[in-house]
Design a protein around this ligand. Structure first.
Ligand code: BF8
Length: 677
């Protein structure tokens, strides 16, 4: 007989499933979310339906830096009336807590980029010393440029004559000097002098010149320990030092050394979206960030004997596809197609056609291991600092001294797995053409020309108003907002208003899948001025500059604009704005802050973890402009977000006295249109 005291068990609610159409604007993604539901596979989109973010954490006012807490200081619903008396147990104010959390995010982001840079520098040095056969110095022109920036002599005097120094010797010294930037005991980062002189002076005056990369990150951890720095302005000063050490240090070194080792990108054509996977090929998805591994996978996958091996196993060949920033790295140098961005990683496995997913570091969701369990996919981790606890994950530690052997081992695992595919293969058909591989050098070539060899033509078109300004739109996907919608809406709004867009990271992939990375898109989406420039020089209105460490290319491109003249003396004078529409990672905060500290007005979408501390928020969104010329802003609505950027660009045009030129150009266009009617 049933015990009357035992209450009837509550029925367990089934978890909610994401609505595919509400979850993404991309049809391939929608199809794969629906497919995951059919197969009973849970993805990030479903988890976002069932777990709400912590409101206090989202406001930036939860302090868990000691065991007396976590101390939670939510903003009262009615806002702050009178004095803000909120305090943690130690007395830390909401501003201190939000600033501590914010700069710890900078530390996380700066360390991720910079540690990636360090790994590349180690491989670079070992290639320069000829300790490995797999890597060689590829771009000697860039090597000489970087040597100059690092103060490495490129000439030698022999018998009173100045001669070119041995290139191998230069490479070794560049590698050693680069490695030194992470931990040198005194001085300042050598690359800081690449910034426009007024910007460098501003950093110097404000005491934020980074000493070395590691030290600035360590000092953040010290200052944010309980009972150390308790002034949000002073905390942000250290955040600024570390962010500059990322943008003008770790990230810039990563980009430069990668270009020297693997080649400086030049524009090329490829494709993007899950539809690049092929049912009759061995599909290998390469996911993560460091090209040190993916370059070898690309090289080995093209070897005739490996292709032959795939054919023996019944496949027609090998299809590589990139995911996240690894996608951008192997796209910009080899034209390898892009399978997707951050929120598409689980879905590549849901196709049932992913024979192996090879990952290294950063932005790899642990759930890819759970999704892989539902299919035949081999998930292979390769980096000693990034393993997974699930027992279906294979770890093959990648050693650059045996790079080709390791890459071959991984590819053979994928090929051997081809015959284990089950019936449930379903690859969406959708993919788009993309032109990628832009950089400081190619923008100079396309918009400056070989004769001028500068950014003169770009500047000229900004001054005459055909191009209203420049926007850097970068960053992640975030499951709290519709996949790719904000990226694409903001970028379309900008180019419609004649703002040329430089993009990297997952934004670049979103733009590629939406068809914005082709010269033809200029005629469809751009305002008349930008369309005219793009059509004349044959470039897309949205230029793909690579991965997230390649945001350093945007800093150098902005510096070239300043150098070419006519648009002020410093980056903060140029009609330029930054944006991260769907950001989610700590790296995005570090990037955002080095944009701000370099003089760029930078708008983030979704949310910013500062809303619980209004005084601190005002400091970074208003007061910083007086110090560095750039400042933060947040706007989740994509159209308003773009309009804020355009308003800032117009403000800069007015300050430069070139606002009238644009009115005239637009008047001419309107007049012309009237005549045509
Ligand atoms: O470094 S944009 S989701 S993949 S963090 Fe990650 Fe964000 Fe994508 Fe590359 Ni950048």
């Amino acid at each position: 007989m049933a015990d009357e005291n035992v209450k009837a068990a509550k029925p367990v609610k089934a978890p909610k499933l994401a609505d595919p159409v509400k979850a993404s604007i991309d049809i391939a993604t929608q199809e794969m979310i629906a497919r995951a539901h059919e197969l009973g596979v849970e993805t990030v989109y479903d988890r976002a339906e069932n777990m709400k973010p912590c409101n206090i954490g989202a406001q930036g006012t939860c302090c868990k830096n000691c065991a007396m807490g976590p101390c939670r200081l939510p903003l009262p619903k009615a806002g702050i009336q009178g004095e803000d008396e909120r305090k943690g147990l130690c007395g830390a104010t909401a501003n201190t807590i939000a600033a501590r959390n914010f700069i710890r995010m900078i530390a996380g982001g700066a360390s991720a980029h910079s540690d990636h840079g360090r790994s590349v520098a180690e491989v670079f040095l070992s290639a320069a010393r000829k300790e490995t056969d797999a890597y060689r110095i590829k771009d000697t022109v860039k090597l000489l440029e970087v040597a100059e920036a690092l103060g490495v002599a490129t000439k030698v005097e022999v018998d009173g004559k100045e001669l070119d120094r041995d290139i191998d010797e230069i490479a070794v010294e560049v590698g050693e000097k680069a490695m030194n930037e992470w931990g040198k005991p005194e001085g300042e980062l050598l690359y800081l002098k690449r910034a426009p002189a007024p910007l460098y002076e501003k950093w110097k005056k404000n005491g934020v010149l980074p000493r070395n990369i590691d030290r600035e990150i360590v000092e953040i951890m010290h200052r944010t320990h309980i009972g150390v720095d308790q002034d949000f302005r002073n905390l942000m000063k250290q955040g600024t030092r570390a962010a500059i050490a990322d943008g003008w240090g770790g990230s810039m070194l990563a980009t430069d050394l990668q270009d020297i080792l693997f080649g400086t990108p030049y524009p090329l054509q490829s494709e993007a979206n899950l539809g690049i996977m092929k049912e009759d090929h061995v599909n290998i998805i390469v996911h993560g960030h460091e090209p040190v591994l993916s370059e070898m996978i690309v090289a080995v996958s093209q070897k005739p004997e490996i292709i032959e091996y795939a054919k023996q196993k019944g496949a027609k060949g090998i299809q590589l596809g990139g995911m996240c920033c690894t996608a951008n790295e192997i796209l910009q140098r080899h034209g390898i197609p892009t399978a997707g961005n951050f929120l598409q990683q689980e879905l590549a496995i849901v196709t049932g056609a992913c024979d192996a997913m090879v990952v290294d570091i950063q932005c790899i969701m642990q759930n890819v291991a759970n999704v892989a369990k539902c299919f035949h996919t081999k998930l292979i981790t390769t980096h000693p600092i990034a393993k997974m606890e699930q027992d279906n994950v294979i770890h093959i530690e990648f050693d650059e001294h045996y790079a080709l052997e390791d890459a071959e081992k991984i590819i053979r695992i994928a090929i051997d797995n081809f015959e284990n595919r089950k019936a449930e293969v379903m690859i969406p058909r959708h993919k788009s053409v993309q032109i990628a591989g832009f950089g400081v050098e190619s923008v100079q070539y396309h918009l400056g020309g070989t004769f001028r060899g500068s950014y003169y033509t770009l500047n000229d078109n900004i001054i005459n108003g055909r191009i209203r300004g420049i926007a850097g739109v970068v960053g992640c996907n975030n499951a709290r907002t519709r996949h790719n919608q904000d990226h694409v809406t903001i970028v379309k709004e900008l180019i419609k208003n004649d703002v040329i867009v430089l993009t990297t990271g997952c934004t670049a992939i979103a733009c590629a899948t939406a068809g914005l990375l082709t010269p033809e898109s200029a005629g469809v989406y751009c305002g008349p001025g930008l369309a005219e420039v793009c059509e004349t020089v044959g470039i897309p209105p949205v230029l793909h500059l690579g991965s997230c460490v390649d945001n350093s290319r945007i800093l150098l491109a902005a510096t070239e604009v300043v150098k070419a003249g006519g648009l002020g003396e410093d980056i903060c004078d140029v009609p330029v704005a930054g944006s991260a529409p769907e950001w989610m990672s700590e790296k995005a905060i570090s990037i955002g802050h080095y944009f701000v500290a370099s003089g760029v007005y930078t708008v983030f979408g979704v949310t910013l973890p500062t809303s619980g501390a209004p005084v601190f928020h005002d400091y970074i969104s208003k007061d910083l402009e007086k110090i560095y010329g750039g400042m933060w802003d947040v706007e989740p609505d994509p159209v308003k977000h773009a309009q804020l950027m355009i308003a800032h660009i117009d403000k800069k045009r007015k300050q430069l006295g070139i606002d009238k030129a644009r009115e005239r150009v637009l008047m001419d266009m309107a007049d012309r249109q009237k005549l045509e009617v």
